[in-house]
Write a new protein. Structure first.
Lengths: 181, 176
């Protein structure tokens, strides 16, 4: 599966309901929250190895490009430190002019040499924000868009970071692609 | 060249200069306002006749592409009838999965072989939203209207006759 598609699928949205993933209009980070202490640079793939994700440093974050997928999306990734945890803020790098970039939020950590990514679960999120009144709008196909500014988004994310249902049960596991000697 | 056909380019340029195009999160239409009584399909060009844009109809959607310009973006257009006015709801055809379709609104008319389009002014929209409290939020470089479709329709219709609300008319000619 293509990697961005996999992350979207991990958010459960497209698989369970057919609607798009829950995205935020505001980023999860201010400049002071950005870190670069995870070894993200390089080439990564998942167990199916259909696609290689090339990650390179770009500005204060990273840029990731798919290789092996004709309709691949190029994305910008920022690694965000909130408390003791690391999160990814993933957004399209060059969206079309009449599209509004969304920010996908995921927990990230290394387990040995494996990169692990757990995306905020869209179904859980939808229920939680409806209950709590966390600022959002619903657009076509019941896709939920978070509209809270960055500080509130950070508090919300950190509050539920340890909640098992918040980040779903599936973990994206990626291993590094080593170049042939 | 300035035409509806270069809206995507204009939007990109606006973002690059720090003045983003004001877009709506919600469309201007529900199914019942969609119309097809203007002859939008066909090939169009402007006075320069530099590029030709092709408009095809696919169900309720008109798709505009510019085969002569490989850098151009395909745009989806819905023809919307509100009161006695025709509007276009414009959005990018290929929105990535991590982006949200933004909707740009324009007045539209066809007279003979001339297509006339007037997009709503971004600066005017931004100012009016601030003055009236029409729901919006501000991103880094851009104002995004967040009102639901019925409220957007009322707002657009209310200001449809205001000259300042719309950019100068862009005129395209049908290519026979």
């Amino acid at each position: 599966m293509k990697i961005i598609s996999l992350l979207v699928a991990l958010a459960a949205a497209t698989l369970m309901t057919g609607c798009g993933p829950t995205l935020s209009l505001h980023p999860l980070y201010a400049d002071k929250d950005l870190v670069s202490d995870l070894p993200l640079e390089g080439k990564w793939t998942d167990a199916e190895a259909e696609e290689v994700w090339a990650v390179r440093k770009f500005g204060d974050g990273f840029e990731a490009t798919s290789r092996g997928a004709s309709d691949a999306e190029k994305v910008e990734i920022h690694v965000v430190r909130l408390g003791e945890l690391r999160f990814l803020d993933i957004t399209p790098k060059e969206p079309p002019s009449l599209a509004i970039p969304g920010h996908m939020i995921a927990k990230v950590w290394m387990e040995g040499e494996e990169l692990r990514i757990q995306v905020l679960d869209s179904d859980w999120l939808k229920q939680k924000i409806r209950e709590s009144g966390f600022p959002h709008v619903e657009v076509e196909d019941e896709q939920v868009i978070l509209t809270a500014p960055t500080p509130e988004l950070q508090k919300f994310t950190l509050l539920y970071a340890a909640e098992p249902k918040a980040f779903g049960s599936d973990v994206g596991k990626f291993h590094r692609v080593r170049s042939a000697p | 060249m300035k035409s509806i056909l270069t809206i995507a380019t204009l939007a990109a340029a606006a973002l690059a200069t720090g003045c983003g195009v004001t877009l709506s999160l919600h469309p201007l239409y529900t199914d019942k306002e969609l119309a097809s009584d203007l002859q939008l399909e066909g090939k169009w060009t402007d006075d320069d006749a530099k590029d030709i844009w092709v408009v095809r109809k696919d169900g309720n959607v008109y798709v505009a592409t510019c085969p002569t310009d490989t850098d151009s973006e395909a745009i989806e257009m819905r023809l919307v009838r509100l009161g006695d006015h025709h509007f276009l709801d414009l959005t990018s055809k290929n929105t990535p999965s991590l982006a949200i379709p933004g909707h740009l609104f324009a007045k539209v008319s066809v007279a003979g072989d001339e297509l006339q389009i007037q997009t709503m002014g971004s600066k005017w929209l931004e100012q009016k939203a601030r003055e009236t409290g029409f729901p919006y939020l501000e991103l880094d470089k851009q104002v995004i209207l967040t009102a639901p479709t019925p409220d957007v329709q009322k707002f657009v219709l209310l200001h449809a006759g205001e000259p300042d609300a719309f950019e100068d008319a862009e005129r395209l000619h049908r290519v026979r």
